[in-house]
Design a protein around this ligand. Structure first.
Ligand code: G3P
Length: 219
């Protein structure tokens, strides 16, 4: 298992959520996708540019073309927004070709919609910077999402691939804990889950007791 520190990306295109999480020191990067962008007001490239100004780490912006030429055109356009853009490319055969080309051009890529270890192996061989297995959507099918992360981490360690694993489609704090235990490089976390990670009822109970004791003495 590789020894790197686990990074937290935030899985949202909402500027207020990104700013708040960034102020907590919890944003090593941002991932977006067309569904997340569709929830926000504003134009796609402007939203991405705004995020890139707030966050130093990689910001994933997804192409919507499905053909090779379209993906390349969009990717070059997106990469021009800021130095920290990682272009999100779907895990398809034209997508693999696009990753190979973009990597040679020095453009960071994030291969998305990965649901098997062999897809992750191909993405790494094509030269992907990041690979995003969707654990929550596998859990939805009664398949162990985190089992896939374990397989990919083992394969990448076997062959010293540079591709970083982004645990995506995170649905619970347990997914984040398991990501760290399994040695995944990154978990991309929705804002509401990030807040859940920080809270514990014993912390709240302890604060209430301290405040009550303080008031008893000091009024
Ligand atoms: O990063 C991918 C993620 O946004 C997908 O999550 O919950 O739609 O499966 P979900």
């Amino acid at each position: 298992m590789r020894r790197r520190s686990v990074k937290f990306f935030i899985d949202t295109a909402n500027i207020d959520q990104i700013k708040d999480a960034n102020d907590m020191g919890m944003v090593d990067g941002v991932t977006t996708n067309p569904s997340l962008i569709a929830k926000e007001d504003g134009e796609f490239k402007q939203i991405i540019a705004q995020i890139c100004k707030i966050v130093e780490g990689p910001v994933s912006a997804e192409v919507i073309s499905l053909d090779y030429e379209g993906m390349i055109k969009e990717a070059i356009d997106l990469a021009g927004i800021a130095d920290n853009i990682a272009v999100k490319i779907p895990m398809t055969i034209p997508g693999l070709k696009a990753v190979k080309y973009l990597t040679a051009e020095g453009i960071k890529t994030n291969v998305t919609l990965v649901f098997s270890a062999l897809q992750a192996l191909m993405a790494a061989k094509a030269g992907a910077t990041f690979v995003s297995p969707f654990v929550g959507r596998l859990d939805d099918l009664a398949q162990e999402g985190m089992g896939l992360i374990e397989e990919i981490a083992q394969i990448y360690a076997n062959y010293d691939f540079d591709a970083q694993i982004i645990v995506a489609s995170v649905r619970s704090p347990l997914h984040v804990l398991d990501s760290a235990l399994l040695g995944a490089d990154i978990a991309t976390i929705p804002y509401d889950i990030l807040k859940k990670l920080a809270s514990h009822h014993m912390t709240d109970k302890g604060i209430d007791a301290f405040m009550a004791d303080w008031k008893k003495k000091n009024g």
